[in-house]
Design a protein around this ligand. Structure first.
Ligand code: ACM
Length: 681
């Protein structure tokens, strides 16, 4: 039975629904992530201006329904009518068994069922969090039909495959303001992610206020940090969306920013412990590391963790633990003597000693430890969770040794890989050697947004929409793995994510306008549509990036894995395999567009100081268009290209493959196939 059930006068009526069995309602499945089980029925529910909702009474669900209504209104432009009268049956009935965990953990029940029929919608969930997941699915079901919108008749039974579906954001290398975090949480909720892992401290900045240790931010943050009130606001905002916030304080290494104000934490020798320390501007691995031998280190951490535990209610606290090179430990005779006395033979053993002191502190403050691979060493308590940035093998090894773990590395967004590559990386791959019991220890995964190369303006396009593909990998059944279908839905999801406030598409135009100094950027848009940023390592090496490197160049405006990359592959494949004439026409139109845009883009770039480095891309665009068009012409005429033609065009492609101006073309491989085919290969 429905408990605490009331017609939602709070919402008023938003949209009203009417049954439309007769209407053409062929279902266009754009759901992302795909549900565990979906049955498509005939007909649907037409949305009209008097949609009413009755729901289980709960403050979080009130908010979720209000947001649902606002987004539905935005999506359909249907006006909000007066509140429903008691005689009108509700269109959407949400029943929930209970509010869910008081403090959400990995075991929260997120399952739900959704029945859309021509006469109404029923959403049922065990918890409010499950109901929120179902509301997101419902919004994704809305589709155009004639001059209006419908909800197609479907029956959905859904539950996540993995319990831990996260997104990590590093706010140390580059601080990300509260607004960025909030819109990111909205995007996460839209694709059913449930953990926001907040990497709050690293060598390059300490980003949360401590009242106990004020010098952490006074001296270690450049004034860029969250107040405790702001952090609480984020925790509440996330909870309202069924998202946990796991804070990370990366120790004992990657902790230089702590030592700027508190050098006594460091392991260096001399009066100032190897300091004085400055906020690190460069990127990489640095020597300063906390001193594991002193009681004062643990007293400090006890107070600090206690303070943070009051702000972050999640059962887990992430202690980092990665990339400690041990240099300061090895260079300090007192620490070496301590290590010898305690039979700690190497850096890993000494770090495990540090973790062993840390565990009871975390426990005392009600937290379980999570850390990167490096904490996985002999002697570590089985209570700790391992986050693997070293990949499957490392994760599998810790699962075999009895530890719970989550997978991170194949989901590193800063590497600028394709959504496809992330999508096909499974935390428990088919054919895994893990036993069912060991597999159950793999809790899930996290997309990771390391922020060396992202600013508040570019971060959305680095996270989205690729993270939606990762979210599907972590939520949907393993058998949902068709890449073409993922991309088809991903581009739809990307539009929906902009509707919740993200800027991953619009930011490209904003960037191009700023770079070109004009609003007439059509030719640049054509060029940008086939470019993407170079990968992390390439950028780092070519630009020698640091925290001080400006991020307002073409590389920062263009998007990773834009639609052209996969789209061009599909078109060329269809044309070469089946002589598909629709594909041919699309390719020809695209090549003509490049040929026309090249000289115009060249003129714009010549006049723009910040577009000098990538300027050769404009001529290359026109040359690539010409190569493609000529290839199509030879292939259509079934005429072999003249001797030397293919070699000359392949040389053009090879030239274009170089990472000029920190950007790469997305279309070269299929273009190469086309040219080779025209050349008779
Ligand atoms: C890491 O990438 N060092 C966690």
């Amino acid at each position: 039975m429905i408990k605490g059930f009331a017609v939602a006068a709070v919402l008023g009526s938003v949209l009203w629904a009417m049954s439309v069995e007769a209407q053409n309602t062929s279902f266009n499945n754009t759901l992302m992530p795909q549900p565990a089980l979906i049955t498509v029925k005939s007909g649907g529910l037409a949305l009209t201006p008097q949609f009413t909702v009755a729901h289980y009474q709960d403050w979080r669900l009130d908010g979720a329904v209000r947001r649902f209504a606002a987004r539905l209104k935005f999506q359909t432009a249907l006006p909000i009518a007066a509140p429903p009268d008691a005689s009108t049956p509700p269109t959407l009935i949400i029943t929930v068994d209970g509010p869910g965990e008081a403090i959400q953990g990995p075991d929260e029940n997120e399952s739900y069922s959704l029945e859309v029929t021509p006469s109404g919608v029923r959403l049922h969930a065990a918890t409010v969090v499950g109901a929120m997941r179902g509301l997101e699915t419902l919004l994704q079901l809305v589709q155009p039909s004639g001059s209006g919108f419908i909800l197609p008749a479907v029956s959905i039974q859904d539950a996540p495959r993995f319990r831990w579906r996260g997104l990590m954001i590093d706010v140390s290398r580059h601080f990300q303001p509260i607004d960025v975090i909030k819109r990111t949480l909205d995007g996460m909720a839209a694709v059913k992610l449930n953990v926001f892992h907040w990497h709050l401290s690293d060598d390059q900045g300490f980003r949360i206020e401590s009242k106990v240790f004020p010098k952490l931010t006074d001296m270690g943050s450049d004034g860029l940090f969250y107040t405790q009130d702001q952090a609480r606001e984020i925790v509440a905002y996330a909870r309202e969306r069924g998202i946990r916030v796991v804070p990370e304080f990366d120790i004992p290494g990657h902790a230089l920013s702590w030592m700027v104000g508190y050098p006594e934490l460091a392991s260096g020798t001399g009066a100032d412990y190897g300091g004085p320390y400055q906020i690190e501007r460069e990127y990489g691995i640095f020597d300063p590391v906390m001193d594991p031998t002193r009681d004062s280190t643990y007293k400090f951490l006890d107070k600090f963790i206690g303070e943070m535990a009051e702000i972050f209610p999640d059962p887990y606290m992430h202690v980092g633990g990665d990339e400690n090179n041990g240099v300061q430990w090895k260079a300090n005779p007192r620490i070496q003597e301590f290590a010898k006395k305690h039979n700690l033979n190497d850096t890993a053993a000494l770090q495990t000693y540090f973790n062993q002191q840390l565990l009871p502190i975390l426990k005392k403050h009600g937290k379980r430890m999570i850390g990167w691979d490096e904490i996985f060493a002999p002697g570590l308590s089985k209570d700790a969770v391992i986050e693997s940035w070293r990949g499957f093998e490392s994760l599998a090894a810790s699962a075999k040794a009895g530890y719970e773990g989550i997978l991170a590395q194949p989901y590193y967004l800063d590497h600028i890989d394709s959504a496809e590559r992330h999508y096909l990386a499974d935390p428990v791959p088919v054919g895994t050697s893990l036993t069912p019991e060991e597999q159950a220890r793999i809790l899930g995964g996290e997309a990771c947004m390391w922020s060396e190369h992202v600013s508040p303006r570019s971060i959305d396009s680095r996270i989205w929409p690729r993270t939606a593909a990762i979210a599907e990998r972590l939520w949907s059944p393993q058998s949902v793995n068709n890449v073409d279908d993922m991309y088809r839905r991903l581009w739809v999801e990307s539009l929906r994510l902009e509707a919740v406030g993200l800027t991953q598409l619009s930011a490209e135009d904003v960037g191009l306008r700023q770079l070109a100094g004009t609003a007439q950027i059509e030719a640049l848009r054509v060029l940008a549509s086939v470019l993407q940023p170079v990968g992390f390592d390439e950028r780092y090496e070519m630009q020698h990036t640091s925290q001080l490197t400006p991020m307002d160049h073409l590389i920062d405006a263009v998007r990773p894995d834009p639609p052209s990359r996969h789209g061009m592959q599909v078109l060329v494949k269809a044309y070469l395999a089946n002589h598909d004439q629709v594909a041919r026409a699309e390719l020809a139109a695209m090549f003509e567009l490049w040929i026309a845009a090249g000289p115009k883009a060249q003129a714009l770039m010549a006049a723009a100081p910040l577009l000098q480095d990538p300027a050769p891309r404009a001529q290359q665009l026109a040359d690539l268009g010409a190569a493609g068009l000529e290839a199509l012409q030879y292939l259509e005429k079934h005429e072999a290209a003249p001797a030397g033609w293919a070699q000359a065009k392949l040389a053009v492609i090879d030239q274009a493959a170089k990472p000029v101006g920190l950007v790469r073309f997305t279309v070269l491989e299929p273009l190469r196939d086309l040219v080779k085919a025209a050349g008779g290969e």
